[in-house]
Structure formats: structure tokens, C-alpha cells
Design a protein around this ligand. Structure first.
Ligand code: ADP
Length: 190
């Protein structure tokens, strides 16, 4: 198996790149944000719960997110590998992912850290709000909250994986194709 984490703050471009990387390396793309949004649209129980957090720019609780992710991995038992986009976002999520992949005699192989300045992130998210219809993009205070949550809860994961020597830093500013090419080099060379 080849398991890739696409890591980075909200607005770094993870979703755009993850779709392309999944296609190239024949990986299953798991975006926790997309799965939550599909559940919100379908008005499932999970969707109603997730919406109450997402609309405030907060994280959905670990237990809920981990159970959902585990279910998605189990639906794809024969996958060649996964690209995780928006997961893990906390240390407990990362620990749960390690345990889950162990059941498949596998592990996280590479963490691509997509790096973008804060000014650029805010500009991109405000711009995305014009077309995404996402409630969590619509308000600058919610955007700021998401970036703060990223700094407090998610950024420490970079250290968690750096200690294992599996982090590859990629500049997230440039053309989509240039960034894609840099990510492919990082993934192929792991
Ligand atoms: P972005 O990275 O652009 O903020 P996502 O689409 O990845 O957006 O996620 C949208 C929202 O869904 C997050 O702000 C959070 O509330 C929730 N979410 C997504 N992934 C997770 C996760 N792994 N743990 C907890 N909450 C999550």
C-alpha cells in the first residue's frame, strides 16, 4: 500500500491537488471535509452533528471523525493505497490512523506539507466564498477561527511526522501544475 497524507492549512489547495495525485498514483482519495459536506447535504445524523461544528469553524469531535474515517477505509479494503486530505487534524486522529493502518500491515508512507503564507490563505478563502457556497468560508471571523484551530491543533502534527522522517515540504504558491509536479516528486521519491 502507498499511504499519503496531504497536510496543510485551510485554503492551501489540498483538495485540488489530492484529486490529481489520487488519479496519478491510483489511490483512494478520502477528504473528511467532502464526506462531512455530503452528509450535511443528505441531512444524515452525522451531517446534522458535523454542521453544528463546521459552521463555527470548529473541528468535529475526534471520536466522530475517527469512526467515520475508519468506515471509509474499511469500505476500500482492496485499495492500492489512500490519499488522506483533511485528516488527521489532531494528534489523537494521527494515533488512530496509525493503529488503523497497522491492521492492514501498513503505515503512513509520506506526509506532503503544502505551505502557503497566511495572507494568501485568507485571500484564497475569501475568494472561494464567492463560489463555494460554503458557510465556513462566508465570514472572515470563521475563517480566522479555522486558521487558529489549525495552528493550535493541527500544526503540531508536522512535528509528529517529522520525527519519523516522512515529511516532504512543498511550496503551495505557484501554478496548479507546478505544485502538482512537486507533490508527485515528493510522493514518488518517498
Ligand atoms: P478546509 O481545510 O478548507 O478548512 P475541509 O473541507 O477540509 O476544509 O474541512 C471543512 C471542515 O470540516 C473543517 O473546518 C472541520 O470543521 C471539519 N473537518 C474536516 N476534517 C476534519 C477532521 N479530520 N477532524 C475534525 N473536523 C474536520
Amino acid at each position: 500500500m502507498l499511504n499519503v497524507i496531504l497536510f496543510g492549512p485551510p485554503g492551501a489547495g489540498k483538495g485540488t491537488q489530492a484529486v490529481k495525485v489520487a488519479e496519478k498514483f491510483e489511490l483512494v482519495h478520502l477528504s473528511t471535509g467532502d464526506i462531512f459536506r455530503a452528509n450535511i447535504k443528505g441531512e444524515t445524523e452525522l451531517g446534522v452533528l458535523a454542521k453544528s461544528y463546521i459552521d463555527k469553524g470548529q473541528l468535529v469531535p475526534d471520536e466522530v471523525t475517527i469512526n467515520m474515517l475508519r468506515g471509509e477505509v474499511e469500505k476500500n479494503k482492496t485499495a492500492k493505497g489512500f490519499i488522506f486530505d483533511g485528516f488527521p487534524r489532531t494528534i489523537p486522529q494521527a494515533e488512530a490512523l496509525d493503529l488503523l493502518l497497522k491492521d492492514y500491515n501498513s503505515a503512513v508512507d509520506v506526509v506532503v506539507s503544502l505551505e502557503v503564507t497566511e495572507e494568501e490563505l485568507i485571500a484564497r478563502l475569501k475568494n472561494r466564498a464567492l463560489t463555494s457556497g460554503r458557510t465556513d468560508d462566508a465570514d472572515e471571523n470563521i475563517i480566522k477561527n479555522r486558521i487558529q484551530v489549525y495552528k493550535d491543533e493541527t500544526f503540531p502534527l508536522k512535528d509528529y511526522y517529522t520525527r519519523r522522517g516522512i515529511v516532504k515540504v512543498v511550496n503551495g504558491i505557484g501554478t496548479i501544475e507546478q505544485i502538482f509536479s512537486d507533490i508527485c516528486t515528493a510522493v514518488a521519491g518517498e
